[in-house]
Ligand binder design. Structure first.
Ligand code: SAM
Length: 244
């Protein structure tokens, strides 16, 4: 059940500095902490320490974080977040991020990666504001084969509108699965959504994230060992049409 899930009432209520302490915004020297300009009211009320940038990459259902830890050193200035529903798995990823930060203290790598426990089917807009994300990864989501369970899939007309909301125009949703039926389902649902257009094969070949997603996810490795097929589809968030 979701009763024990903690989630912020809105993205402004989220304490990101705990997840990315190296990116916590420092108050400029000589500015007292109670300066109303340096510390906006909403931060004071929530006792939140602001961070210097927003999360831009989300791995939904990140599992043990193979993709997160492969992407982090490739884009060290971009904040990357895994969202995972299983408590023990979330804790594993958080601990691994901490250990890697210590191991790589001299280079500062892995400061940009973290994980939170969340049911992404319910609370995505609680974590991210409109237009915040430039990449969303949906890697080997649980398929839920039975027709009556289709609403439990993480791609649907309703959820695609949530992904569209939190994504910036030009941003991309990356999907990969070894289940053909789910692949077709995801491709059809994004294609039918007015906020997305499918990215062509040529562009995919030149996109480093596609290769990383194929080889670095735990599931991707498993499918590789079993010589299975990996279906990849990527969609781009379109600009919103002008108001009539
Ligand atoms: N993405 C990883 C990979 O490719 O190796 C893990 C794939 S695993 C098959 C699916 C993951 O999604 C599991 O770790 C599961 O706990 C998580 N999950 C399922 N439903 C979820 C939800 N509603 N919100 C967040 N995570 C979820």
């Amino acid at each position: 059940s979701d009763h024990d899930l903690k989630y912020p009432a809105s993205p402004a209520a989220m304490d990101w500095s705990q997840h990315y302490p190296a990116f916590a915004a420092t108050v400029p020297a000589g500015v007292p902490n109670d300066d109303p300009i340096a510390t906006p009211d909403h931060d004071k009320q929530n006792h939140l320490q602001p961070i210097s940038k927003q999360v831009q990459v989300a791995d939904i259902g990140c599992g043990f974080g193979g993709l997160l830890f492969a992407l982090a050193p490739k884009m060290p200035e971009t904040l990357i977040l895994g969202l995972e529903i299983r408590t023990s798995v979330t804790e594993f990823v958080q601990e691994k991020a901490k250990a890697l930060r210590v191991q790589h203290a001299s280079t500062g790598l892995y400061q940009n990666v973290s994980c939170i426990r969340a049911n992404t089917m319910k609370f995505l807009p609680n974590f991210f504001v409109k237009g915040q994300l430039s990449k969303i990864f949906l890697c080997f989501p649980d398929p839920h084969f039975k027709a009556r369970k289709h609403k439990a899939r993480i791609v649907s007309t309703t959820l695609n509108s949530e992904y569209a909301f939190v994504m910036k125009p030009g941003g991309k949703v990356y999907t990969i699965t070894d289940v053909e039926d789910l692949h077709v389902w995801m491709a059809e649902h994004f294609a039918a959504h007015p906020s997305f257009e499918r990215v062509g094969e040529e562009e995919l070949e030149g996109d480093e994230c596609v290769g990383t997603m194929r080889t670095e996810t735990e599931e991707g490795k498993k499918v590789e060992r079993n010589s299975g097929t990996k279906y990849v589809v990527v969609f781009r968030r379109l600009e919103d049409p002008p108001w009539p």
